[in-house]
Design a protein around this ligand. Structure first.
Ligand code: PAF
Length: 274
């Protein structure tokens, strides 16, 4: 594995790869969720590139940028064991210059739910993903469905800007009790982790209601809110179509049920695709 820190070094290492390339962009603190993306990218492609960059432009003022977990040594080990070919770990000044061209998330899909709660977050996320996709020029890039709105916006950006990389959505990875894996979970104590299970429990209830024929969004959301009382604060429960428009009825094959809630220090998100 080659570890590179500058775009110049990256370009040199990238030029030497002759074959299909899979790319997994991350912010580090790698867990089983990332590892599942890395494994899939490894299997699908001749070469594997992973980036680790905690992108400051996608954190709003007062968010957890300074607290964002760093596990550099463990991350390097995981990448080595996963047979990564190039690990790209740029510094901020490698990725950003003064007076940058900016990218704005689309008005509807980019400014509801996560976009409404974190205005500007998706602009910064799209900006770095655009840079990385162009720099890496991979055949395929892998993103988790846990960040459903992020995934949907990246797919739209790739379509709108004719980016040649194929985006591969990957399933949410959960621990044995059902908690969706996230780097932020490490900020919860055992009691908070137990309470955080209410997110996946609420989503399971939604799926069960749909399976038993109840497609009414309002009644599903009411049931979910009851279960989510274990969280410290619920930010939203939403039932949307794949365009991120709220729907009154679940349409099987075109619906995402999403939840965002605070449990202890972290703000957690989770969802299920129906
Ligand atoms: O999902 C993430 O970890 C980040 O948003 C991403 C896609 C690596 C961009 O910084």
């Amino acid at each position: 594995m080659i570890i590179v820190k500058t775009t110049k070094e990256f370009n040199q290492a990238r030029k030497a790869l002759d074959g299909t390339i899979g790319f997994v962009p991350t912010m580090g603190a790698l867990h089983e969720g990332h590892i599942s993306l890395i494994k899939k990218a490894r299997t699908d492609n001749d070469y594997l590139i992973v980036s680790i960059f905690v992108n400051p432009t996608q954190f709003l003022e007062g968010e957890d940028l300074d607290d964002y977990p760093h596990k550099d040594e463990a991350d390097i080990k995981i990448c080595e064991l996963s047979k990564v070919d190039i690990l790209f770990v740029p510094t901020i000044d490698q990725m950003y210059k003064n007076d940058e061209l900016s990218i704005a998330a689309p008005v509807i899909r980019g400014y509801v739910l996560e976009g409404a709660k974190r205005p500007g977050h998706f602009d910064g996320m799209l900006q770095i993903v655009m840079k990385l996709l162009n720099l890496v020029a991979a055949n395929k890039a892998y993103f988790g469905k846990k960040d459903a709105q992020q995934l949907s916006l990246i797919m739209q950006m790739v379509r709108n800007y004719y980016i040649q990389t194929e985006i591969i959505p990957c399933d949410i990875i959960r621990d044995e009790r059902g908690l969706a894996l996230s780097s932020r979970n490490m900020h919860m104590n055992p009691e908070e982790k137990s309470r955080a299970l209410c997110l996946s429990r609420a989503l399971r209830t939604a799926t069960d209601m749909v399976t038993s024929g109840n497609l009414n969004s309002l009644s599903i959301k009411e049931q979910m809110l009851g279960i989510l009382q274990d969280a410290d604060r619920v930010e939203y429960v939403a039932i949307v179509n794949r365009e991120f428009q709220e729907t009154e009825e679940i349409e099987i094959g075109n619906t995402i049920v999403l939840v965002a809630a605070w449990v202890g220090k972290p703000r957690l998100i989770d969802n299920v695709w129906i």
